[in-house]
Ligand binder design. Structure first.
Ligand code: ZN
Length: 490
């Protein structure tokens, strides 16, 4: 029943815990980390073997990297397998349409076709097997149980159907949980106003959508003189954006709706995407490691970082036979911990959720440097002209961070008669930046109008080290807001 013995696991679709039971699968959710590792390793080996035998994509990739399923003897061996990037998947699908050579099931067993909206290039195709879809429903139901949802609860799904797999995952999980699911959707003209009316009318227990949509819904409700607390929601769970994990946004949603706000979601490719999800304690998303194995990795080496450290999630399916993802690089940024959660589950957590992208971040002499932090700091300094450029190089053995900052027209005028002024400004900038960044940059003060003007922040950074060119080839989506790719918008 727990799917512990055989792989791929088979779940009993009739199983339900007693309503007052805290866990869906008590043993699996609370087992000591060492025991879970053994469980994960068995599933990993089965998944890797499955992909090796059925997928020329993986076989070729691993052969090039000099690894073989037999090399996976301990969990620590997993990082010998190279990461998969989203760009690689897109290229594979373009070369072998429609779904690439990593489908790994018989075409007759495909039950569902999903895809991305393709707004950032060629869309990605997802083919999901019939048995996989049942496993996805079971995993989501189990995780939604952990959120506090119970049979008979009504779940109002207020997100796009069609090309947004988030909606379908919430629906599958809710149905398996024996909740009453209302696939309301979103995106039609006037639909938000209708949502306000339907929510008042039906008073569901739970709401699913994106945080920004919930805030929009609240505005529409206010314009109708409706208090969102009158919807009577108990639980609001979100994915697709990082908002629900950001304390300020979470507080606001909870105040407006009077409901608990929970964060969830990994990537559309990783469906069951709820394998990152908060429990009712709301202490950061748990990594439901026996469903999808997630390692938070150093963005340079892709080796797992220690608990407490920051890195990028690298995901591996443990229950997928169709399009299994083995070490998919998310490119997101998070910090993980194995500190216990009040709920008693022993899964690690992401206490602050997913809060950025590694492609916005530069690692300089081991320190994580964000262009936004440089900008914030410079803007506090009197005499800064507003434009700056960051140049990272590796002249000798050491990384060098050069910040070129324009001074203001006022400073330019005064500097003509007070030559020390620029020196003082430069030192002030260097001191403040050192305090913020933890490393000492070389600051060059430039006259107003020297630096190229650009609309994109990212262009303000010139990384001459060419360090990431190959490693992060998959984290190369055009500029977009920080946060994980929304399920279905990957
Ligand atoms: Zn918990």
């Amino acid at each position: 029943m727990n799917g512990t013995a055989a792989w791929p696991p088979v779940y009993d679709d009739e199983y339900l815990p007693a309503p007052d039971q805290r866990y869906w699968f008590p043993e699996r959710e609370t087992m000591p980390a060492g025991e879970r590792d053994a469980f994960i390793l068995a599933r990993l080996r089965a998944t890797v073997r499955w992909a090796w035998e059925r997928s020329p994509f993986y076989r070729e990739k691993w052969t090039r990297a000099g690894v073989h399923p037999d090399h996976l003897r301990r969990l620590e061996d997993l990082h010998r397998f190279p990461v998969v990037t989203k760009e690689e998947l897109r290229a594979e699908q373009a070369a072998h349409p429609p779904a690439g050579r990593y489908v790994c099931i018989d075409p007759a067993d495909v039950a569902r076709v999903h895809g991305t909206s393709g707004t950032t290039g060629k869309p990605t195709v997802f083919l999901i097997g019939r048995d996989d879809w049942r496993r996805i429903a079971n995993a989501h139901a189990r995780i939604m149980w952990g959120m506090g949802l119970r049979p008979g609860d009504m779940i109002f799904i207020a997100s796009f159907f069609s090309l947004y797999i988030g909606s379908w995952g919430a629906l599958a999980g809710g149905e398996r949980l024996r909740a009453a699911c209302f696939p309301f959707g979103a995106g039609q003209p006037g639909q938000t106003l209708r949502a306000v009316r339907w929510l008042l009318e039906t008073r569901p227990a739970a709401f699913y959508g994106t945080p920004s949509y919930a805030l929009h819904l609240a505005e529409v409700a206010a314009s109708e003189r409706v208090d969102p607390r009158d919807f009577g929601l108990r639980v609001m769970f979100f994915s697709g954006e990082p908002g629900a994990g950001i304390p300020g946004t979470r507080r606001r949603i909870e105040e407006i709706f009077g409901a608990a706000c929970l964060d969830s979601g990994s990537m559309a490719e990783m469906t069951p995407w709820m394998s990152n999800a908060e429990c009712a304690c709301r202490s950061g998303m748990h990594l439901w490691q026996d469903v999808v194995y997630c390692q938070v990795c150093d963005p340079r080496t892709f080796e797992p970082v220690r608990y407490g450290r920051e890195g990028t999630p690298v995901y591996t399916h443990l229950e997928r036979t169709s399009q299994p993802m083995i070490r998919l690089l998310s490119g997101d940024l998070t910090r993980w911990t194995d500190d216990p959660c009040e709920c008693g589950r022993t899964y690690p957590r992401l206490p602050r959720g997913i809060y950025g992208r590694i492609d916005d971040m530069c690692i300089i002499r081991g320190a994580n440097v964000y262009p936004s932090a440089i900008e914030d700091t410079l803007r506090t300094i009197d005499g800064f002209g507003g434009e700056f450029q960051v140049v990272i190089s590796r002249e000798r053995a050491m990384d060098e961070l050069v910040v070129r900052a324009e001074y203001s027209a006022e400073v330019a005028r005064r500097a003509a008669t007070a030559p020390d002024l620029l020196q003082a400004l430069r030192e002030r900038m260097a001191a403040r930046l050192t305090a913020t960044l933890g490393i000492r940059p070389i600051v060059r003060c430039e006259p107003p109008g020297t630096l190229p003007r650009t609309e994109f922040k990212a262009r303000r950074v010139l990384d001459n080290r060419a360090l990431y060119e190959t490693a992060l080839a998959g984290a190369d989506d055009p500029p977009r807001r920080p946060g994980r790719g929304a399920p279905g918008q990957a």
